[in-house]
Ligand binder design. Structure first.
Ligand code: TRP
Length: 330
């Protein structure tokens, strides 16, 4: 049996290139060596988006279509929806019995997010419990590994502590889940700020070729270079970060970089070549996306089938958990 991998994504918007290099490429790669389960974390989305839930279900299917487009294979991996497996909530409840509140308050993302998302009221029990629910998501499948971004590592650290505490009371049941970090550093937004839905500075995986080109042509570059013959800086320049990430023609990229440093290339040429590389990288995704969307209801069906399979596993675990806790009434 292959070791198990579990990971989730919140359905809060369209997926973009950051999701591709930060998660989906790794999700796809892991399918060869692991039993992979990938899910739409709709309850996690609710922890911060509870006042506006209208987009949730649509994004769930849209995101899953992008997963498939990126190479996640529903025949090899289990794709499902968190809220379709209510056993996650039952395990989360039982974990709540043993987790001291200060453990949750100490998680770095907790205070950070409350400050960053000041327009939202995140002083809720649901938001405080976010990393604990994440732990339930993972251990209910007895997952060994969890592909996540580096910001999520403290969540898994907390989850491992909770697992140990739970085991102390009720006996060993779960592997301690380990993070699997992506190799690729975070992709900047088109304006060189953090890539974010609220800044509208990302290329969506579902953008067509003309939109990609338009977005690339207005990308931020070295602001010192008001003319093409002024030597420019390549390091930290998002146009070159994107070239490094998506242009497989390293000779072309090296040539552009040296001419850029020498003040011997215009931004337009650098960007046109980037747009071409990006569209070439996105073409196979566009094809697979169109293919799966050509069958109406197919993505939903994949998610529902996957949820049934996930639920069978989750049910089995919960039988064991109830037994260990002493909640069997026969
Ligand atoms: N917190 C994750 C994120 O924002 C999403 C998530 C929810 C998750 N549950 C998970 C990731 C379980 C991995 C495992 O990206």
């Amino acid at each position: 049996m292959k070791p198990r991998v579990v990971s989730g994504m919140r359905p809060t918007g369209k997926l973009h290139l950051g999701h591709l290099v930060g998660a989906l490429q790794q999700w796809t790669r892991l399918q060869d060596d692991y039993d992979c389960m990938y899910f739409v974390a709709d309850w996690h989305a609710l922890t911060s988006e509870y006042s506006d839930t209208g987009g949730l279900a649509g994004y769930a299917c849209d995101n899953a279509a992008d997963w498939i487009a990126a190479g996640v294979d529903p025949d090899r991996s289990t794709l499902f929806i968190q809220s379709q497996v209510p056993e996650h909530a039952e395990l989360y409840l039982l974990l709540q019995m043993v987790v001291p509140i200060p453990w949750l308050e100490r998680v770095p993302t907790y205070k950070e997010q409350i400050e960053q998302l000041a327009e939202k009221d995140l002083s809720t029990l649901g938001f405080l419990g976010y990393p604990l629910l994440q732990g339930a998501d993972v251990i209910i499948y007895k997952a060994n590994y969890v592909p996540v971004g580096d910001d999520q590592v403290p969540h898994l650290e907390l989850d491992r502590e909770v697992v140990r505490r739970f085991h102390g009371f009720f006996g060993d049941l779960f592997p301690e889940p380990q993070p699997l970090l992506t190799r690729f550093p975070r992709l900047p937004g088109l304006d060189n700020r953090k890539m974010s839905k609220s800044y509208d500075n990302a290329i969506s995986l579902s953008d067509d070729a003309a939109t990609v080109k338009k977005k690339v042509m207005r990308m931020y570059t070295d602001p010192k270079r008001i003319r093409a013959d002024i030597p420019g800086t390549v390091e930290g320049n998002p146009v070159f970060t994107y070239h490094d990430a998506f242009n497989p023609d390293t000779a072309e990229v090296d040539d552009l970089k040296s001419r850029y440093r020498a003040g011997a290339v215009g931004d337009v040429e650098v960007k046109q070549k980037l747009a071409r590389a990006l569209n070439a990288a996105l073409d196979p995704l566009r094809e697979r996306r169109a293919e799966v969307l050509a069958r109406p209801g197919r993505v939903r069906e994949i998610l529902m089938d996957g949820s049934l399979r996930a639920r069978r596993i989750a049910r089995e675990t919960m039988e064991q958990v109830r037994g260990a806790v002493g909640l069997t009434y026969k």
